[in-house]
Design a protein around this ligand. Structure first.
Ligand code: ZN
Length: 213
């Protein structure tokens, strides 16, 4: 099966895609990773990408598509792909279908983790880390755990780099950019909107139920 997963920053999309990879033996594809890998390997295309990024430009669709096509046509990954953070626009969505179809593949599931801005704010702003054992907790969701934490209160610190305005901007930008792509897919029978406001384990179970059918 090939899966596309959408979700704003803080929706737990990364965790859920990782779980899909492990549970269903899939291969996660993020275009950011593909670009970084080319740069790291100093391939011809990687050198081009590095130049573009250095100049502060966006990497054009044709480069991204070429890298994606290599993954799609790789027999190792046939019908085993989780697309994470892709497609970002309708043009990319259409190209993706053409690339899959010409390789006798299709998209089998499209998942959208729908999370409210309030929950995302709480998830990110409520994050507390224990400086002694490195455990991460959340002041809104793990009250009991925090009170009973074995290392004691003194080690529990909030992260300072999480700022509310930046979180809101990131969320609004993501939703605005992604809306046309979601609209493009939303009438398909294999499009699933998932309530991402719930606990990670609950979401995980729901996704697995959808994919098992
Ligand atoms: Zn601790």
């Amino acid at each position: 099966m090939n899966v596309i997963i959408f979700g704003p920053p803080g929706s737990g999309k990364g965790t859920q895609s990782q779980n899909l990879v492990n549970k269903f033996d899939l291969h996660q594809v993020s275009t950011g990773d593909l670009l970084r890998l080319e740069i790291k390997e100093k391939s011809e295309i990687g050198k081009k990408i590095e130049k573009i990024i250095e100049q502060g430009d966006f990497v054009k669709d044709n480069i991204v598509n070429e890298l994606l096509n290599r993954v799609i046509t790789n027999p190792k990954y046939k019908n085993k792909i989780v697309f994470d953070g892709y497609p970002r626009n309708i043009n990319q969505a259409e190209t993706l279908e053409v690339m899959l179809n010409s390789n006798n593949q299709s998209i089998n599931f499209i998942l959208f983790l729908k999370v409210s801005r309030e929950i995302i704010e709480k998830r990110i702003l409520g994050r507390i880390i224990c400086e002694k054992c490195n455990k991460t907790m959340n002041e809104y969701f793990n009250e009991k755990e925090i009170v009973n934490h074995e290392c004691g209160k003194n080690y529990l610190k909030k992260r300072k780099d999480d700022n509310q305005a930046a979180i809101i901007t990131r969320y609004e930008e993501y939703m605005a950019k992604t809306k046309p792509v979601l609209d493009f897919y939303s009438t398909r029978s294999y499009f699933h909107e998932i309530d991402g406001n719930q606990k990670i384990q609950v979401i995980k179970g729901k996704i697995e139920d959808i994919l098992k059918v």
